[in-house]
Design a protein around this ligand. Sequence first.
Ligand code: FES
Ligand SMILES: [Fe+2]
Length: 461
Amino acid sequence: MSETSSGRSPGPTVQEVLAADAVPAPVVLQAEYPPENALRSGDTDLSAERYFSQEWHDLEVEHVWRKVWQMACRAEAIPNVGDHVVYDVADESVIVVRTAPDQIRAYINSCLHRGTQLRHEGGSVQQFRCPFHGFTWDLDGTLVHIPNQWDFPHVVPDQFCLPEAKVGEWGGFVFINLDPDCEPLEGYLEVLPDEFTAFPLEDRWTAVHVAKVMPCNWKLALEAFIESFHIGTTHPQTAAYVADANTQYDVFPESRHVNRMITLEGVPSPNLRNVPAEETIRKMQRDVPFHGGETIVPSDEHRTRDLLAARAREKLSASANADLSGLSTSECLDAIEYFLFPNLVPWGGQGVPICYRFRPNGNNPAESIMEIMLLFAKPDEGEAPPPADVTWLSIDQKWTDTPLLGGAGMVVDQDTDNLIRIQKGLKASRKGAVTLGRYQESRIRHFHETLEHYISTGASQ
Ligand code: FES
Ligand SMILES: [Fe+2]
């Protein structure tokens, strides 16, 4: 079948490669949900102004960030009663706090006296005492102290509880929703819990957490990480071991909030011809630390992917202090990346144990906050180490300014260099629109259909 008529890259499909793996992939990966069947609109163009206009940003705040479930933190970040994080998005600020061993609540981060932020960063407290005049609330949100109470006969403590946001948990993540009438998290997650029964993220811990202010709109940052089309041009160093162009993109039937892609590693890009196995192995060992060490010798007997996976299983098990000998070849190697609208990009598998989060930086449509977490397997025995603190990078710093991300820092710097140019180039555009590929950029189209759905249904209410 020709390239044009198939609508897919030449070369073996993800399913053909997975079917030949020595240790078969989980069942959820052995399925395809072709995006073109699910996309509700055939339109491939998106207006450029959505990436820089204040009006678009304001619509997103009103109809998305104040309406939908969003990942606020990992549960292990607040292990003890009183531990809390502050989750900020646009003008909204929420304190996510453990109020009992098995209960997490979220309070609007604004004093009911004169509005001061009760907490400006995470920590551990047994009461929320406002730093301005000292109004104080218990962890359960009840007002317990009014300074100079004689002056506030009109304040009835029962009516002065801290307002709450909705809270839900899944996969070791804590989610919040600012809309009191929102649908339950369980329904919002759609297929995600079923898909992740194969990759239980509640059994992971946050080994690395880096956050950076990005010089671009939050959607541009997100979009740069949910397609593999750009890899050949932006990250050419990976072509010998990342099968970029025959990535599988899935939009689940009837799904509004979830999509995924599977990019194979340990096999070369279909855009290259005749890459020797030795080169695939050497470059993967060079770039991916846990494939490193003693040189892996290509074999006629075993496929390169299976050789690499065998080494990965040993190294992952040793570093996690867990028995990961049963991991499939795909979970050891591939980029198995899901998206949950609007801010969470969790990965399955263990070879690339990444999780991203994206959101606007305040109300500036030209800046965003991107976070990279590495979620390692918990040890089989004993407690996982305490989760990593967040390492913040400013807009002027590079991802490689921290050693925490290893070789991935250089790759994400390559993406960030693009994003600076995209943010500027879109404003100069006379066409006033981006034109998406039909297949490889289908997750981006799906994301915007969901975004437009929330903005249009919210606007019509
Ligand atoms: S503003 Fe919080 S106590 Fe006055
Ligand atoms: Fe990239």
